[in-house]
Write a protein that binds this ligand. Structure first.
Ligand SMILES: [Zn+2]
Length: 421
């Protein structure tokens, strides 16, 4: 649905008629805010094109610098106090814009400036519009999210809205490489706020039918198995060796299903290495597993279960050890998350009963995990634009999601501001 003024006027007329006949199923929209969101759509498209043209692959330091320069200037124009901080490791600066207002509550908005695409991707996948779709590398994930945040601030500023104690915007540049250099900053800042809204994309109509928000996401991790044995001549004295490869195979088999008994853990062995030459019993072997975590205590439980298995050897006199390392923490939405989601649904319903789907979870990681780590702020994910093709090719956003997403973003903040903390 595209919000043209004429359609809106007709809807309003239809609404007032239905008010006379019976109570409407949903509240009327904030007409001034809706008009502002509609008026902003062309400018959002310009911002999207500007940002997609600045390629910012997560490993491309010069590209990330150009993108951060652009976004920093945009944030400064919106009047916040803008800080540019180096990531604690890897590429990508962190932009933090702080706004102090006249209200009571503390809000934080997050999105990321990096993409998964290598420099030069634009040459084969240029920016183009086809009907309701606007294509470009990174346009949904997550330049659409940055655009929604920038234009939400613009709309609120133009309306003179300052009903917050603190409104903080945090954009990082290493989300696609696990946010190792920005995660701690996001977690620490989130703990100073009451509500964090995260602007990753929501799936397009072609895959999800309706726009949505996300209630939880898996955390990531790795498990590493190392076996130390003893080498010997494989032909002349095999029994003098302690075969690390055999022991590794035994350990991999006996732990293949280990996570199935641990709530919130998933483990899959994916890589292994052993042996340098064919005629030597190998003294070393190692394997690594992909780990996904949806419960905060699952990593520790997995480590304990693996340690227990390390005691049961098949090859005597080998040393076996397991190390579970966590990456991005899981985003575990709580009752406050579901409350935010219900409010978002009610706001969407104001737009001609537009539905909003609550996605229970995803296997992909998100910085909402860092934001929810301390448990202090209520966190809601997927406030960005509707789109698809992310982490694939021919990525696009749906133009008709721009107005409802701007309306949702601004209206939710305005509503939350009026509630007692
Ligand atoms: Zn993303």
């Amino acid at each position: 649905m595209t919000f043209k003024l004429s359609t809106f006027a007709l809807t309003t007329m239809a609404l007032s008629v239905s008010v006379l006949l019976s109570a409407p199923a949903h509240a009327a929209p904030d007409a001034a805010l809706l008009r502002a969101a509609q008026a902003a759509q062309p400018a959002v498209i310009v911002s999207l094109k500007d940002m997609v043209a600045l390629e910012s692959g997560t490993m491309d330091a010069p590209g990330l610098t150009r993108m951060a320069d652009y976004v920093q200037a945009r944030l400064q124009a919106l009047g916040g106090q803008v800080e540019r901080r180096k990531a604690s490791s890897g590429n990508g600066d962190i932009l933090i814009a702080r706004h102090s207002g006249t209200g009571k509550r503390k809000f934080m908005l997050i999105a990321h400036m990096d993409t998964i695409y290598a420099p030069g991707t634009l040459q084969t996948q240029p920016i183009k519009q086809d009907g309701n779709r606007l294509y470009g590398p990174g346009i949904a994930d997550d330049k659409g999210g940055i655009a929604v945040v920038l234009h939400t601030l613009q709309i609120l500023k133009a309306a003179g809205w300052k009903d917050y104690a603190q409104l903080t915007v945090v954009f990082n540049g290493d989300e696609e490489s696990s946010s190792n250099g920005s995660g701690a900053t996001i977690a620490a800042l989130a703990a100073e706020h009451e509500v964090v809204l995260s602007y990753e994309p929501t799936a397009a109509k072609a895959v999800a039918k309706v726009e949505g928000v996300l209630l939880s996401a898996a955390g990531t991790g790795t498990a590493t198995l190392t076996v130390q044995g003893r080498s010997s001549h494989a032909g002349a004295a095999p029994d003098e060796g302690r075969n690390a490869l055999i022991e590794m195979a035994h350990q991999v088999l006996q732990t293949a299903d280990i996570a199935k008994t641990i709530p919130g853990a998933q483990l899959n062995w994916t890589q292994a290495e052993s042996g340098k030459v064919r005629n030597q019993i190998p003294d070393q072997a190692s394997a690594s597993a992909d780990v996904r975590l949806t419960a905060t205590d699952a990593a520790a439980k997995l480590q304990a279960a693996l340690d227990e298995k390390a005691k049961a050897h098949r090859v005597n006199e080998t040393r076996v050890s397991y190390v579970v390392q966590t990456g991005r923490p899981p985003y575990v939405g709580d009752a406050r998350t579901r409350e935010l989601a219900a409010k978002a649904q009610a706001i969407y319903a104001e737009l001609d009963d537009r539905p909003l789907y609550l996605h229970p979870s995803t296997g992909a990681g998100t910085d909402a995990g860092y934001a929810s780590m301390s448990g202090k702020a209520a966190v809601l994910e997927s406030m960005g634009l509707a789109g698809w093709g992310y982490h694939a090719r021919d990525e696009y956003i749906e133009i008709d999601s721009i107005v409802p997403r701007l309306y949702l973003s601004a209206r939710l903040l305005m509503q939350l501001a009026q509630e007692a903390p």
